[in-house]
Design a binder for this molecule. Structure first.
Ligand code: GLC
Length: 670
């Protein structure tokens, strides 16, 4: 449904025609481009007069009696067109910018019997005085037949119904966005955190990497398990129930051995091993997919306090011949299965085997390679799981041992002198080392060594300083450097890109917030904020000719400084950057994050800030938080009051019964 308002903004009366038009594709959309035999012979249109209105019907012949597309409007129609060739005119030399048929008063009333089908309706709106407006509502829908569609059509012809629906929609957004609102000294940060970033997070949660300007969805890939497991993290505060249900869906693609499928198709609920199937000689699993959901489950529990969730059961993906799941288990067991998979799936240094790839799905090394990324993600997931077990009063000794084992292997083998390496090849050669010609230092190897807690304080600082020195640019942090300069089958996908593009030395944005989180963990709010601001799309207006992406959406990648088009952004909307930048801004820089017992307020902000304000809804209570920074520190909470009374520490215990809580924080040495 489209609610269109046409206003005469000139100072003279104008005669106005409105001709909404759309073009159909066959439901097998790819074949529209590849099968010029079958598709054009099957596409047909019909017109149905409905009083003064017209309903255009369209169908591939096989769906004539089951799935009918319809297009109509709420204004009288004097003529219509359903044949693209006739609409554009001049045997299709006419263009969409200047369709030849619009030189006549009326369209040809052709009911297309084949070929490229469109739907166009001619409305003569009459003369509009200066400043006068008309409303035109159009409706595109699908139903089993026209009779079944009629009630829907009649409903949406009514402007009052349309208005009500739009009000409902804006009420949804008001409520969604009111979960957290911030007021910082940085207007670009306020704009992105209050509206655009959480909006993008909703879109990535809903559509993930399914279908976009850049991905084909059906056929090419589906919903990414690791992608969605990270997207969901950002919407947990606003939509915990949705997150809970979605986490269960994602867990149903975990296998009995603890690993997970790579994609799934939400229409058929079929999982797939993704690109790994392209190489017979490589493993058909990814070393990280199954670990991400552990972060989601623990984040959900911290937000909602709903520990019964751990006992709910979800099937594993393995099925018998009839397609029934072979086993179901509790959420708690799913977590343990995932951790145990990584614990035992290890290589020569005792580090997790890479599988086909880890988060960076373009580094595809031969069987036997080990992944530091997956070691760190495992470390992070273990840290979260141990904290959960502690909260539940359960024994953690075995899991602590697992954590310490992995930590000591990383510390023993992966330090390269000034930073951590990223992989070990099947023969033990490091990848992401000063010894390599290309890809000497990888961002994720450093930030995640901090996120996992595996790096000692000194190494963590040095590794993150190496990131600043070797990888940072004015448009964002590069994923690795220098870029591989030529295809090399030993490394796979990454070397199919020229240096500076995407994962090959480009500014891949998704991992940028991980570096910011690492900096806040190390207490460097100035640097975290510098990294934050340099990729904030709300600051890109003046660069738009170079940047080319929407200045309110995080893109997936920006070309790096080895590429002649350094600064050009691509793949907007569908990127894990949205989720992680939202988490970074709200939970790590502003430092307001849910824990099992309450809200933690532990900011790590730029020292120049005098403070900030925020409101956060948490377990049904609204927290009004004011942070003052009189000593101009980056981190440290000196003094806390809750509803006027002095409180201990930066954890604000969850309130029951109250509807509002006032929190005053004074930063300084803790
Ligand atoms: C894309 C993919 C994601 C992958 C990332 C890095 O964002 O959707 O699955 O992890 O690229 O290669």
């Amino acid at each position: 449904m489209r609610d269109i308002k046409i206003t005469n903004i000139s100072d003279k009366p104008q005669e106005v025609d409105a001709i909404p038009v759309l073009e159909y594709t066959h439901p097998r959309a790819l074949q529209q481009y590849t099968n010029a035999d079958w598709i054009p012979q099957t596409m047909q249109s019909k017109a149905s007069k409905d009083g003064e209105y017209v309903i255009l019907l369209q169908y591939p012949f096989m769906f004539r009696d089951t799935k009918l597309n319809y297009f109509t409007s709420n204004m009288p129609v004097s003529s219509f067109e359903t044949d693209r060739k006739k609409f554009l005119g001049d045997n299709e030399y006419g263009t969409w910018a200047d369709p030849v048929s619009l030189q006549d008063d009326e369209l040809s009333n052709t009911e297309a019997l084949r070929g490229d089908n469109i739907a166009a309706l001619m409305h003569h709106l009459g003369t509009l005085a200066s400043g006068q407006s008309r409303q035109l509502i159009t409706l595109l829908g699908q139903g089993p037949n026209l009779d079944a569609a009629r009630p829907v059509i009649e409903r949406w012809r009514n402007p009052e119904e349309v208005e009500e629906a739009l009000e409902e929609l804006s009420a949804f957004w008001d409520s969604y966005l009111s979960t957290m609102q911030v007021n910082t000294p940085d207007s670009a940060m306020n704009a992105i955190l209050n509206v655009h970033n959480p909006h993008q997070c909703f879109i990535t949660r809903t559509w993930s990497r399914y279908l976009s300007y850049y991905q084909l969805g059906l056929g090419a890939r589906g919903i990414g398990i690791r992608d969605s497991s990270q997207d969901v993290l950002a919407i947990i505060p606003a939509m915990p129930e949705d997150a809970k249900a979605f986490l269960k869906t994602l867990l149903s693609f975990q296998k009995q051995n603890g690993s997970a499928m790579h994609f799934f198709n939400p229409l058929t609920m079929e999982g797939s091993e993704g690109d790994s199937l392209e190489r017979e000689d490589r493993p058909h699993y990814y070393s990280d997919d199954h670990l991400w959901s552990i972060l989601g489950i623990t984040a959900y529990l911290k937000e909602a306090g709903d520990f019964a969730f751990l006992d709910e059961t979800v099937p594993f993906y393995d099925k018998d011949k009839q397609g029934n799941p072979l086993e179901s288990a509790s959420i708690l067991e799913h977590i343990q299965r995932g951790l145990n998979f990584t614990r035992s799936d290890i290589g020569a240094h005792g580090l997790p085997l890479l599988g086909f790839a880890d988060w960076n799905d373009t580094i595809n090394l031969a069987k036997g390679a080990e992944s530091l990324f997956s070691a760190h993600l495992y470390g992070r997931a273990l840290t979260e799981f141990i904290a959960l077990l502690e909260h539940l009063g359960k024994d953690t000794a075995g899991w602590r041992k697992a954590y310490d084992e992995m930590k000591s292997r990383v510390e023993q083998h992966a330090w390269d002198g000034e930073w951590y390496v990223m992989y070990f090849d099947h023969d033990g050669t490091p990848v992401g080392s000063h010894k390599n010609q290309f890809g000497q230092i990888h961002l994720n190897g450093q930030s995640w060594a901090v996120l996992s807690g595996f790096a000692s304080q000194a190494r963590a600082r040095q590794a993150m300083d190496s990131v600043y020195k070797r990888l940072n640019t004015k448009y964002g942090i590069k994923l690795s450097t220098p870029g591989y300069n030529g295809f090399d089958p030993r490394y796979g996908g990454v070397t199919t890109y020229p240096p500076g593009a995407k994962e090959n030395g480009g500014i891949f944005l998704h991992p940028n917030p991980w570096a910011m989180i690492a900096e806040t963990m190390l207490g460097n709010g100035d640097r975290a904020y510098e990294y934050y601001s340099q990729i904030n799309p709300a600051g890109k207006n003046d660069l738009i000719d170079l940047y080319e992406s929407e200045p309110y959406v995080y893109p997936q990648n920006i070309l790096g400084d080895e590429h002649p088009q350094f600064g050009l952004a691509r793949n907007s909307w569908l990127s894990g950057t949205a989720s992680w930048m939202y988490q970074t801004g709200t939970q790590w820089i502003l430092g307001i994050r849910a824990e099992y017992d309450g809200l933690r307020v532990d900011p790590c902000i730029p020292s120049k800030w005098d403070g900030f304000k925020a409101t956060r809804k948490y377990r049904g209570v609204t927290y009004y938080i004011t942070v003052n920074n009189p000593k101009h520190v980056c981190k440290g909470v000196a003094h806390v009051t809750v509803n006027g009374g002095r409180a201990e520490g930066s954890l604000i215990r969850a309130e029951r019964g109250a509807s509002e809580v006032n929190v005053q924080i004074t930063m300084g040495s803790s």
